[in-house]
Design a protein around this ligand. Structure first.
Ligand code: UDP
Ligand code: MG
Length: 315
């Protein structure tokens, strides 16, 4: 059995060599064949030359380097596509995903699980991030069709057929957390203590997280559109009732000119609601726009890896 470790790397020069050392050490304890697939996501520091050196010194290491920064989603996809293993483990380059857990993942895989998911505790996170994450997951699970769990990230083991299923999904807007949940197969989750990033810094700013959250909401359901329809219907019935009331009142009391305030507030409120709903529709149209262009998810500028012959168990 061959284990592939997929590692997306973006500006990880401070830690990448140490990462390689740690992982190869931990994996050699397991006593299985393994390969490492590093994906350099357009790093602007010395990550690529370091990866080239790692690959020159260690034949188990391969790298794929993008022409620019395409984002972690694209990097993971490239890693999965270039991985030839019977099982694939996705792991961050910053050692926040403890390599010693791979052994435990493999044991669970042998018990018959296709996906083994490591769920991190939120220890060491800022309170604001913990709270917003909680609220977000409560909201998103009401809306989307797949189940998403707080603390579950991309650190997971996938069986070959799961990898093939995930790479077979060719959508442009990728939200991996959702995609992994969507493909299903037997899945199990275990918890581990979160390690604080030792070197370098997190690439997730608040703005990036907000956009990522919106992506999750919009790429897995059409409920916001449905909500727009319902809201429109509710407003329409309120307006009709009000109109009927005015007709009645006019018949009884004769013609009266009501205040401008009601009128103005109604107009402005309706305009606001329409703008928001137009935005919702626009988001979906924008997504369709990107999908129909069928642009590749990433461009490779340098690599020592070839795409493994695709074993298609699914499709
Ligand atoms: N990463 C990437 N492309 C990006 C941003 C991040 O490949 O545009 C990689 C990064 O090198 C790391 C992993 O994704 O291996 C997780 O990133 P980070 O540690 O910054 O995120 P956090 O752990 O704070 O969620
Ligand atoms: Mg990290």
């Amino acid at each position: 059995m061959l284990i592939s470790i997929v590692v997306p790397c973006f500006n990880e020069e401070e830690i990448i060599s140490r990462f390689h050392e740690r992982v190869t050490k931990e994996l050699s304890f397991i006593g299985q064949d393994f390969e490492l697939v590093y994906v350099d996501d357009g790093s602007r520091d010395r990550t690529l030359p370091l990866l080239e050196k790692i690959a020159a010194d260690d034949s188990r290491a391969r790298y794929v380097s993008f022409s620019r920064n395409f984002g972690k989603e694209a990097a993971m996809l490239a890693g999965l596509q270039h991985a030839g293993g019977d099982v694939v483990v996705i792991m961050d380059a910053d050692l926040q995903h403890p390599p010693e857990l791979v052994d435990r993942m493999l044991r669970l895989h042998r018990e018959g699980f296709d996906q083994v998911v490591a769920r991190r505790t939120r220890k060491g996170d800022r309170v604001t991030r913990t709270v917003t994450a909680r609220a977000y997951y409560r909201l998103i699970n009401r809306l989307v069709d797949v189940e998403l769990v707080d603390g579950v990230g991309d650190f997971r083991l996938l069986s070959r057929r799961t990898v093939d299923a995930v790479t077979g999904l060719s959508e442009y807007n990728r939200f991996s957390k959702g995609l992994f949940a969507w493909v299903g197969f037997r899945t199990t989750t275990f918890e581990y203590e979160n390690a604080v990033r030792e070197q370098g810094r997190s690439k997730w700013s608040f703005g990036k997280l907000l956009n990522y959250g919106l992506d999750g909401l919009l790429s897995f359901n059409n409920k916001p559109l449905r909500a727009a329809v319902y809201l429109g219907l509710v407003l329409l019935s309120v307006a009709m009732a009000y109109a009927a009331w005015i007709v009645g009142a006019t018949l009884v009391n004769g013609v009266e000119t009501p205040g401008y305030a009601t009128l103005l507030v109604t107009v402005v409120a309706l305009a606001g609601i329409q703008m928001v709903m137009l935005g919702v529709v626009g988001e979906y149209v924008g997504r369709i726009y990107y999908e129909v262009k069928r642009r590749p998810h990433y461009l490779v500028a340098a690599t020592n890896a070839s795409l493994p012959r695709r074993r298609r168990w699914h499709r």
